[in-house]
Design a binder for this molecule. Structure first.
Ligand SMILES: CC(C)(COP(=O)(O)OP(=O)(O)OC[C@H]1O[C@@H](n2cnc3c(N)ncnc32)[C@H](O)[C@@H]1OP(=O)(O)O)[C@@H](O)C(=O)NCCC(=O)NCCS
Length: 378
């Protein structure tokens, strides 16, 4: 929590007097970027989900996206960013109905004292951003209702799944991801095609013979990974478009650890003995074979990039398998290899609500639904 966060008395009425000013700003100063991060952290704590995605936070200093700030008496009370026609909005205003003793930013204190309405600030920011689509992060986000009132409609769901870090994949019975019960989510989209139930106790997934799993090599593997990421996520509107800039931004992040970024290669490395071929962990721990020892060029078939959060949670950050190698068990082997490393509190991941192949895979490993992000379009 940022140092400019404090506790506020939220007893004022929620009528919205004039006083909020929405301004397009370019570029954001370092001070404003810090205040936006503090605002996002405060909202995340109160609402239970970060209002701004990692990509949006990484782009706070970018001139390639549009930025708006909402201020009251000079204090930051809200922020919006639009990139490729899609907006994300955060407003740190404690409405009269909220708990009186919550952690908020300095701007929220001013806003609460002035009796400002958080929904009104979100609406002002959305109108200013004038985006084709907007994300509402988490089921308690106020953005979905405000956007709906402005004419946006649900278009996409991004589910957050979780499981205990210590869970043994084959020991978790009766997974529930594909139970698309409406009670678990607010007003779901029209139901996609149902996924057949998974086997309750699946056999372990071996790494296919001739495939080795080894950590990402910084400064070497970037081009191959970008090409594979684009192929695996060709149909994905954001992930498949990652550039070298996007990748290097993550490599420069404090959390980045190449040891948790696993790549599966098909190369000329010796195929292990038959009784060893199914143990992906031994492959994962084996030292990387220098490319020069291969008689043919190694081919990158898949990856599992894990992330450790400061709070001890682990994340299946991105996982993908080449379209030519899908369906032969590599996704399961990569998922298991990464989960072996995530020994913290809990593991989370985000997945499109209609990605049946991925949902089936995660279900088999005991993940269940935790929250949902909704994209609304107009
Ligand atoms: C999701 C993905 C990583 C799975 O990798 P994979 O190597 O194909 O997976 P596996 O062969 O280990 O199979 C995993 C499960 O998915 C199932 N599956 C595969 N394709 C499927 C499909 N089109 N529909 C439903 N289930 C499917 C398999 O039957 C298997 O289930 P089972 O173990 O109960 O038999 C891969 O499909 C992929 O890269 N997709 C594109 C990128 C992506 O969506 N990544 C996940 C982002 S959250």
């Amino acid at each position: 929590m940022s140092s400019d966060a404090r506790r506020a008395d939220t007893s004022r009425a929620a009528d919205r007097p004039p006083g909020v000013v929405v301004t397009r700003v370019e570029p954001l100063t370092a001070d404003t970027r810090a205040r936006v991060r503090a605002l996002a952290a405060a909202v995340a704590e109160r609402v239970g989900a970060p209002p701004l995605s990692e990509q949006t936070l990484l782009a706070l200093g970018s001139a390639d996206v549009a930025h708006w700030v909402a201020t009251a008496d000079g204090e930051l009370v809200g922020y919006a960013q639009r990139a490729d026609g899609v907006a994300e909005v955060a407003a740190d205003i404690v409405d009269a109905g909220d708990a009186r003793d919550v952690v908020v930013t300095a701007g929220a204190v001013v806003a609460a004292d002035a009796g400002l309405s958080g929904d009104a600030v979100v609406a002002d920011l959305l109108r200013a951003a004038d985006a084709d689509a907007v994300w509402a992060h988490g089921r308690r986000s106020p953005v979905a209702a405000v956007a709906t009132a402005l004419g946006y409609q649900r278009a996409r769901e991004l589910w957050q799944l979780r499981r205990p870090a210590t869970a043994a994949p084959s020991l978790i019975p009766n997974p529930t991801i594909t139970d698309r019960s409406p009670a678990a989510l607010p007003a779901p989209l029209p139901s996609p095609a149902p996924v057949p139930p998974a086997a309750p106790d699946p056999a372990p997934t071996p790494v296919p013979p001739g495939v080795v799993i080894r950590p990402f090599r910084v400064g070497v593997d970037e081009p191959a990974w970008l090409a594979l990421n684009a192929a695996a996520f060709a149909a994905h509107p954001e992930q498949g478009r990652w550039t070298m800039t996007d990748l290097l931004a993550r490599e420069n992040a404090a959390w980045f650890d190449p040891a948790g970024f696993l790549l599966a290669w098909r190369d000329a490395a010796p195929t292990p003995p038959a009784d060893d071929a199914g143990d992906f962990r031994r492959h994962a721990e084996a030292p990387a074979e220098p490319a020069s020892q291969s008689s043919t060029a190694p081919e990158l078939l898949g990856f599992h990039w894990t992330k450790r959060h400061e709070d001890g949670r682990g994340e299946v950050y991105v996982i993908g398998v080449s379209p030519s190698a899908q369906g032969m068990g590599l996704g399961g082997a990569l998922l298991a290899a990464g989960l072996d490393q995530l020994t913290g509190r809990e593991v989370l991941l985000y997945v499109e609500g209609d990605n049946n192949a991925a949902l089936r895979l995660y279900e088999r490993f005991g993940f269940t639904r935790h929250d949902v992000d909704i994209q609304l379009r107009r």
